[in-house]
Design a protein around this ligand. Sequence first.
Ligand SMILES: Nc1ncnc2c1ncn2[C@@H]1O[C@H](COP(=O)(O)OP(=O)(O)OP(=O)(O)O)[C@@H](O)[C@H]1O
Length: 210
Amino acid sequence: MQIQATGLGKRFQRDWIFRGLTRTFRPGSATAVLGPNGAGKSTLLNTFSGQLLPTEGTLTYALAGRALAVEDVPRHLAYAAPYLELLEELTLLELLRFHTQFKPLRAGISTEKLVDIMYLGSARHRLIREFSSGMKQRLKLGLALYADAPLLLLDEPTTNLDATGVAWYQEHVQATRAGRTLLLSSNVPAEYAFCDEQLVVTDFQAERAG
Ligand SMILES: Nc1ncnc2c1ncn2[C@@H]1O[C@H](COP(=O)(O)OP(=O)(O)OP(=O)(O)O)[C@@H](O)[C@H]1O
């Protein structure tokens, strides 16, 4: 998916979070969205997802050369973030069946295969609420990485992962990123070292006041 941000700005009450962002994001690109805590990384990802409206400027989306309305973006988007909740009252297999009804997996990936990829085989019939935080994070990432969606937004993807989980993330983000537009918010170099572009949110805060 190609995304064009033009003069994009977001304000909460009187505070500008970012302002004056003009940039094109192309299919196949991976952009690390950087900045200290509270800089506005999650706000920027939420704005790109269409969940938050920009205060000023425009975001336009195109898929295979055709314009895409912002209300159609969620259908083509996979998003993993610490603040997005899982359905805790379902078992793993129930959740995968439910989730994939409206967010299908990419070609060649069955739910059983995804369970193996996420190394959650022994937890098939366990309730999500009984999962450890690292298991939940592998599940969120697995659902996003292996969704059949051309726009991938990852917010702090290695949150709660141990060293094995971080290596797993690095392997699978590489395996699934071709052709997609990826934006990844992070403070951890191991998460975003592979990204070919960077967007430092604080670079778009010079005109915050006013
Ligand atoms: N819904 C909201 N209403 C008002 N202010 C908000 C809202 N959401 C976020 N903010 C404020 O916007 C600023 C940016 O927050 P954001 O979560 O985007 O930062 P971040 O860079 O992702 O931070 P972190 O690295 O800690 O996750 C913060 O000052 C936050 O308090």
